[in-house]
Ligand binder design. Structure first.
Ligand code: NAD
Ligand code: LMR
Length: 328
């Protein structure tokens, strides 16, 4: 017997990431090839955006995806999030050349207050929320704080793109395979201060730190390359990453919903004080997932260099949070 359809809300559905994301959700890449979905798509009321959304919907229809059980277009968060089981919050202004992601804070903070309140009011009580719009960690914090009736752990931010970028750099450096990487993580903020940490990682069964054996490369090449990859893509494309961002969103939600089988992945999630990160800060942590729940990998040793990097990214996140206090 076929499964009951689940509701997936996506905001910014007519934007670049939306265009790279929706077709993959509808084809079953996110929630499984046996899981029908109803897409609840949100765009701003502006005529151009709504028309663009109509065009995307026509294309979704023309794919005749067997798993696509319904498509809805919305211009208001409360109708878009009604009973939704998953919410991927992409819609926000992207940064341009020369901007940092935190420069988007005031432009985008308002959006996540409104959307957090709407989720609080109408979404499924088990809704899994992924914030992609930047600055993703702080936007997720705003949405979580605006939704006091939903469990805090339902709110997550996307660090998976940083995780995937780090994996790809490590595979290239060591000559191993990306698929053979285990126990990699990225701590902290989705920003150049993130700390991609391969101290525990293995690639094709070999220890990554020993295989690379070069702390200078780690500090001066690897970390800046991963941290500044978003800016490098903007400089090259004139637009921020879209296909790789959509891919990371699919990876994040798939792993959260379907489980990682013991494999570590990185998710931006509200801290409960683990590793000295204050409660509620949305921080990139190593997690495993099972039965729709994530669990932080605890007890990892943190050396002096790692502590310094974790402190730095935490400081930035704390400053971002302080900057939005007046909105909450
Ligand atoms: P885009 O400008 O192509 O699309 C954004 C869409 O969102 C637009 O169609 C816009 O009309 C819509 N939108 C704006 N405000 C909205 C609202 N309140 N409700 C619903 N829709 C709204 O941008 P994009 O390239 O798709 O990027 C979207 C966001 O994702 C940006 O903030 C970008 O910085 C961020 N991003 C994050 C990551 C990550 O790893 N976390 C990666 C890439 C991009
Ligand atoms: C990315 O990392 O590619 C996105 O966050 C877009 C950006 O502004 O860097």
């Amino acid at each position: 017997m076929s499964k009951k359809p689940v509701r997936v809300a996506v905001t910014g559905a007519a934007g670049q990431i939306g265009y790279a994301l929706l077709f993959r959700i509808a084809s079953g890449e996110m929630l499984g090839k046996d899981q029908p979905v109803i897409l609840q798509l949100l765009e701003i009321p502006d005529e151009k955006a709504q028309n663009a959304l109509k065009g995307v919907i026509m294309e979704l229809e023309d794919c005749a995806f067997p798993l696509l059980a319904g498509i809805e277009a919305h211009s208001d968060a409360e109708s878009a999030f009604k009973n939704t089981d998953y919410a991927i919050l992409v819609g926000a202004r992207p940064r341009g050349p020369g901007m940092e992601r935190k420069d988007l804070l005031s432009a985008n903070a308002q959006i996540f207050t409104v959307q957090g309140k709407a989720l609080n009011k109408v979404a499924s009580r088990n809704v899994k929320v992924l914030v992609v719009g930047n600055p993703a960690n702080t936007n997720a914090y705003i949405a979580m704080k605006s939704a006091p009736d939903l469990p805090r752990e339902n709110f997550t931010a996307m660090l998976r793109l940083d995780h995937n970028r780090a994996a790809s750099q490590i595979a290239a450096k060591t000559g191993g395979t990306v698929g053979g990487i285990e126990k990699l993580t990225v701590w902290g903020n989705h920003s150049p201060t993130m700390y991609a940490d391969y101290r525990f990682a293995t690639i094709d069964g070999k220890n990554v730190k020993e295989a690379i054996n070069d702390d200078v490369w780690n500090r001066d090449t690897f970390l800046p390359t991963v941290g500044k990859r978003g800016a490098a893509i903007i400089a090259a494309r004139g637009l921020s990453s879209a296909a790789s961002a959509a891919n990371a969103a699919i990876d994040h939600m798939r792993d959260w919903a379907l489980g990682t089988n013991g494999k570590w992945v990185t998710m931006g999630i509200p801290s409960n004080g683990e590793y000295g990160i204050p409660k509620d800060v949305i921080f990139g942590f190593p997690v495993t997932t099972e039965n729709g729940k994530y669990k932080i990998v605890e007890g990892l040793p943190i050396d002096a260099f790692s502590q310094e990097r974790i402190d730095l990214t935490l400081k930035e996140l704390t400053e971002e949070q302080d900057g939005v206090k007046h909105l909450l």
